[in-house]
Structures are given as structure tokens and as C-alpha cells.
Design a binder for this molecule. Structure first.
Ligand code: ZN
Length: 256
């Protein structure tokens, strides 16, 4: 049985994560103002991920009519090594509590990656850098998320029949770090925290935290990224719909 809960607290909760940010329907958000700050979202997979992986790898993404721009996935850490990574789906620190990605790497379509580097350079003048949690996500991972989730909770995850925005290589989840100390900059909520604090227009919390969040958004928007209305950390690059759903594993991405 699936248990949606705040880790360690057993509080049933419902809401949207970045796993669902990329759905085609309006996310169902149930706000829990009583949820503790920093609470971490967790789901017990229906079946072990090790069993779901070969099934997902053998499946095929939906056929899309197109036409689409050619895929040109670019590795962020190669393009600009000052962009830091904390790829949660390559660790246990994600909603399934087990690594899903085979490697801790981050890719975006080249125009989006180059725009992100421009954001990084502009933010450096303010004393900040970008810390990326997730970017291009192969379609098979979206299928694992779906297959790991009980049908009554499918509204919380992206339907593999439609894919996730992350599958197209123009979506990125990220936050700020302090260039001097290297420390992650505090925001109104944690990454993938499931509460109203995750909303980019959330007016609670301290002014300092909101200023950090709004600074990130301002610099991202200046380079063609749009924030997701329920998650301050999720941004889509312009024209993201013009790329097809990708299913290439990280280890198979050919770099120029
Ligand atoms: Zn996202």
C-alpha cells in the first residue's frame, strides 16, 4: 500500500511535486499549512524500483506527430563547471528514497543550456551561483514514477502517455548557492517540499527567503525561462514544446 506522508511524521498529505510539475493537467494542490517546514515528501513504491527499471527500459514513449527540433542535449557541468549539481534522483534523497538515475548528471537542450550559463554569469555579479537538482529526465524514469505509484495517486505524477516537460530537455529544477561560502541559499521551502511554501508567489515566511526566491526567478526570466506556478524551483525554457520526448539514458548521451 502506498503511504503519502511527511517523513517521520506520518501526516497524510496531497499535493504536487516536481515529479508532477510537468503534467498536462492542472496540478491538484492540497495545501497543508500545518506541514512542518522542511518536511520531505515520500512514497513507498508499489514494486521495488529494481523490478520496475527493466520494464520501463523495454517500453516505448508515446508517438508524437511533430515536427520537432533536433535534440542537442548539452551537459551543464561541461558547459560551465561553476554550475553546481545536487541530482536528487541519483541519490536516496527523493520521494522514492532510492536512486533512479544511473548517473548524477544534468543535461538541457543547447539553447536552454546556453541561456542557463548566461544566468549563472549574471548571478555571479550578485554573489550567487546555480545549484541544479534535475534537468533532462529520460522518459523511462517518468514511467518508473508512474508504475511505482498506486492508481489512486496517479494524479500526482506525470502520465507517461503524455510525458513530462523534463523529458523534452528544456525544464530545470534549481536553486542558488553562495559563491563565497558554497552554501545553499535558504528559500521559503525545500526542493520538492509539498506545501504552499513551494509556490513562487507564496507571501509567508521571512522577507529574506522570499527575496532569494524572487532573485532567482528574476534572473531566470531575463533569459527566457518561466517559473512553474506551483514550484519556485521549476523553470521551463521558451519553446520547450518544440522538442520531442526523449528517452536516452544519461550514459548514452553523446557529447560534442
Ligand atoms: Zn521540475
Amino acid at each position: 500500500m502506498i503511504a503519502w506522508r511527511w517523513l517521520g511524521l506520518g501526516l497524510l498529505a496531497a499535493g504536487a511535486l516536481c515529479i508532477s510539475a510537468c503534467r498536462t493537467t492542472t496540478p491538484l494542490i492540497a495545501m497543508h499549512s500545518a506541514a512542518p517546514p522542511g518536511a520531505f515528501f515520500h512514497l513507498t513504491p508499489l514494486r521495488p524500483v529494481a523490478e520496475l527499471l527493466p520494464i520501463a527500459l523495454a517500453a516505448n514513449p508515446p508517438r508524437e506527430p511533430g515536427p520537432f527540433r533536433p535534440t542537442a542535449l548539452t551537459e551543464l557541468a561541461v558547459l560551465d563547471p561553476t554550475i553546481k549539481l545536487d541530482i536528487r534522483y541519483a541519490t536516496n534523497r527523493n520521494f522514492l528514497s532510492t536512486p533512479i538515475y544511473s548517473q548524477a548528471r544534468a543535461f538541457l537542450q543547447r539553447p536552454a543550456a546556453e541561456a542557463l550559463v548566461r544566468v549563472q554569469r549574471a548571478l555571479a555579479l550578485e554573489g550567487y551561483g546555480l545549484l541544479v537538482h534535475d534537468a533532462y529526465r529520460p522518459w523511462y524514469v517518468t514511467k518508473i514514477f508512474w508504475d511505482a505509484t498506486a492508481p489512486e495517486n496517479h494524479k500526482f505524477v506525470a502520465d507517461p502517455e503524455h510525458g513530462s516537460r523534463h523529458n523534452r530537455g528544456c525544464a530545470v529544477d534549481l536553486t542558488l548557492y553562495d559563491l563565497k561560502t558554497g552554501d545553499v541559499v535558504p528559500m521559503p521551502s525545500l526542493y520538492d517540499e509539498m506545501s504552499e511554501r513551494a509556490y513562487p508567489h507564496y507571501e509567508g515566511g521571512s522577507e529574506v527567503l522570499r527575496r532569494h526566491r524572487d532573485l532567482l526567478r528574476r534572473y531566470m526570466e531575463a533569459e527566457g525561462f518561466a517559473v512553474y506556478e506551483y514550484e519556485w524551483w521549476h523553470f521551463d525554457y521558451q519553446d520547450w514544446q518544440s522538442y520531442a520526448i526523449g528517452n536516452m539514458r544519461f550514459e548514452d548521451v553523446l557529447l560534442p
